[in-house]
Design a protein around this ligand. Sequence first.
Ligand code: BGC
Length: 467
Amino acid sequence: MILEPAPSSRQKGGRFVYVAAVFSALGGLLFGYDTGVISGAILFIEQDFALSSLYIGIVVSAVLIGAVIGAAVGGDLADHVGRRKMILAAALIFALGAIGTAAAPNVFLLILGRIVVGVAIGIASEVAPLYISEVAPAKARGSLVSLNQLAITIGIVVSYLVDYALAPISGWRYMMLLAVIPAAILGLGMLPLPDTPRWLVNHNQPDEARKVLKRIRGSNVDVEKELDEIQQGLKQQKAGRAELLNPLVKPALMIGVALAIFQQVTGINTVIYYAPKIFQFAGVTSSSAAIFATLLVGVVNVVFTVVAILLLDRVGRRPLLLVGLAGMVSSLVLLGVSFYLTSLLGVLGDLATVGLMVYVASFAIGLGPVFWLLVSEIYPLKVRGLAMSIASEANWGSNLIVALTFLTLIQFIGRSGTFWFYAVIGAFAFVFAYLLVPETKGRTLEEIENHWRAGKHPREMGKKAKE
Ligand code: BGC
């Protein structure tokens, strides 16, 4: 069932886009919840199944393995069967995974269930921003797509709260099961929504695409012009992998993959997944204080993502990315210093806490939202899903590597060495972003495509936008 075009007015058109964006962003909520929930749940799972540390590691990382698989298949399928159907599929898989993990009689089925949940996360992580990007008007695309990142951060905080609330009854099965609720809302909410006009045009359904465009833009806007631009853009593209290897499109692919890796190898998830441990390293000895500080990290992440949402379409993507990266590098250096100066132990807890908060805030205004936003907008329509798959795979793969190596890295190069190592990578990311990341603010997806096709340097895109 697809919604018929409503009596159009500009205001209604605008509102419809928000509804579509909010529902698809629920994929982000599940992404955040299901990645965050394990930090508290693992304490009880470990006891129930008497797990060795090897198995603890496997249970914690299973979701990331699933996400690598989901990211690999999700985007290509989204190009073929559609964005909407893939979000519906993700909702169903989320729900099945939640029930399966909650009911798991042994650790093997639990691991399998977490891999299934991961597949849904991998799909949602790329298809939700893709869907929003393709329905949003150019001038609000930054904020609307980043609702997905906001939902991720809210999901993480909710998971911390649920873990905290259910800890007294050791309720890890309930922690897993609760994800069914947002999964059901995501599925039911997406059911009446249409696919994106861009996907419809690409699949020879121009009339349907026109209906959807009228619905989302309202009648006062020149829908024919937008439709024409989408069609013209498509004419210049080859199908499938050939387009990806087009030398004019390659820079976009390279930028997406590099940002994907930088988003992870600058260490964000060592904080998201191991925050209580880092606070304990820093001398916060009571576990309730460590949990409280962790919650605070989650809240700072949400608040600064809101700041990013307010600014992305005004100041642009590049300034936020650069300021955010500078903040991350400085705070990582500070964290390293605070661990290095062990003799000042009393002060250290505070210094490290400040460092961690600044670090998370800097990620939340820059690399967090900007990565998922840019990869949803810089690729040509025919291969957008496929190219996003490649970037998302790089993101989840690097996430897995960081999660698996963090504690070992600490063993070998020490706590300060580890944070300095992330700082050095952050400095490279800054230089890379400064030299190569384009400014997409205010440009339509078709204008962005034309820019690549004209063989221009990525940074010239920003200069044009200012004219
Ligand atoms: C990243 C996740 C991270 C989250 C934290 C996302 O953009 O992809 O790996 O856990 O931000 O807010």
